[in-house]
Design a protein around this ligand. Structure first.
Ligand SMILES: [Zn+2]
Length: 161
């Protein structure tokens, strides 16, 4: 099923991988495929019907080919755990970010209807909060390989009286 979709979209199969990982394992992913940087960012939106008391969490996965940061605003200090490392680290991320890409697809996954709809989308793309942190984290992987953070141990404990 995925093969047909990939053929229709006319993109190399490896390029589709971060999107598949994001759909199957969750979270954000990035990958270098030869000279192409590929990044998948997941956005979650819960829709809840107050009358029927039923809802679902829609997942929008954006797949970006050769993403580029256009603008970043604000600084957020936070703890992040990178898949490559054992412990969390203190990092600084932008609160808002605007990016663009050579090619972008939005995959919308609905767990209630069990449907994934794919759509080619045009930038620029604006992300705020957790998605902006995700973009920044994955872009750091693509541009610098490793995430550079401060170890967690450097925290000071304080008892409030
Ligand atoms: Zn990471």
């Amino acid at each position: 099923m995925e093969k047909k979709v990939i053929e229709k979209l006319k993109i190399p199969q490896d390029v589709f991988l971060p999107l598949l990982f994001s759909i199957k394992f969750g979270g954000d992913w990035s990958l270098k495929v030869e000279s192409t940087n590929v990044m998948a960012i997941k956005e979650k939106i819960t829709r809840f019907d107050e009358d029927k008391m039923v809802g679902y969490t829609l997942e929008n996965v954006f797949l970006f080919l050769n993403p580029l940061i256009l603008n970043q605003e604000g600084i957020i200090y936070r703890l992040e755990k990178c898949g490559n490392k054992k412990e969390r680290e203190i990092v600084k991320r932008p609160y808002k970010t605007t990016i663009d890409a050579e090619y972008a697809i939005k995959a919308s996954l609905n767990p209630m209807t069990k449907k994934i709809t794919l759509k080619k989308v045009e930038g620029p793309f604006k992300f705020t909060g957790s998605n902006a942190y995700g973009v920044s984290h994955e872009m750091e992987h693509l541009l610098e390989d490793e995430i550079s953070g401060e170890p967690f141990f450097e925290f000071e404990y304080e008892i409030e009286e």
